[in-house]
Design a protein around this ligand. Structure first.
Ligand SMILES: [Ca+2]
Ligand SMILES: [Ca+2]
Length: 248
């Protein structure tokens, strides 16, 4: 009679305690890696939502934006030059935009530049209308085209960083033009509103103070330019000499 021996103990040989500990550590390491990977993916998607590493559309919508500049003293203030839409301004870092085209008849703006020392002063180059200048952060614009051929397409603008009264205009087919604005020293200038240039805004402030004496209540001493005690014609002549100049 043949006996078949059946082995009932099919359990593999027991691992040593050390091998078990290694396997346990391996499993925990794998689990930790998976956890960290999931956490990394989650963090990356949160960063993407916050606008990091991803371009986010902020408007203004529908326009061709040729020029973008940021106020160097207030990075929340951004200007955009649009083809057909003129100049748009944002004061909240591009979250919302407002068209600022008062005095800007040519609304195809191809270039923009901000005066570093006087960021309320902005220049806009247009498609056929030449160059426009604002001294009030774009609230109003004035053409500065003396010496420029008519219908000049101003493709680019640059400002001398060491002398912000010197502006260059790059044109389509007509090369580069340069303009230099006369300057006066800050502190002795009748730039009464402090916007960096002596213009009609300062004239209206001066006119309101004209005829007053230093002893009069409410007279700001800055209007009394020659120190003779009253705001009169002698002050007006000083003002007139400074009119149209920029402050440096
Ligand atoms: Ca002024
Ligand atoms: Ca005076």
């Amino acid at each position: 009679m043949r006996h078949i021996l059946v082995r009932t103990d099919l359990t593999p040989s027991q691992p040593s305690p050390q091998a078990g500990r290694e396997r346990s550590l391996l499993g925990r390491g794998l689990l930790l890696s998976v956890f960290l990977f999931v956490a990394l993916v989650a963090l990356l998607s949160v960063a993407a939502v916050a606008g990091e590493n991803v371009w986010t559309s902020n408007g203004p919508y529908g326009g061709f934006i040729q020029a973008l500049v940021i106020d160097p003293t207030n990075t929340q203030t951004v200007y955009a030059g649009a083809h057909g839409g003129g100049v748009f301004k944002s004061t909240n870092g591009g979250s919302s935009w407002t068209a600022i085209n008062s005095g800007l008849p040519d609304t195809s703006v191809y270039s923009l530049v901000i005066a570093p020392s006087s960021p309320q002063t902005v220049y806009a180059g247009t498609n056929g209308g030449g160059v426009f200048k604002s001294t009030n952060g774009g609230s109003s614009w004035t053409a500065i085209n003396s010496g420029l051929p008519q219908t000049t397409f101003v493709w680019s603008l640059a400002i001398d960083p060491s002398s912000p009264q010197t502006v260059y205009a790059g044109t389509l087919g007509r090369g580069v033009f340069e303009i230099r604005f006369p300057t006066i020293l800050r502190g002795v200038s009748p730039d009464f509103d402090g916007d960096g240039s002596v213009d009609f805004n300062d004239f209206f402030l001066f006119a309101a103070a004209f005829g007053k004496k230093r002893s009069d209540a409410g007279l700001d001493a800055k209007f009394e330019l020659d120190g003779d005690g009253e705001v009169g014609f002698s002050d007006f002549f000083i003002f007139a000499e400074a009119f149209g100049k920029q402050v440096r």
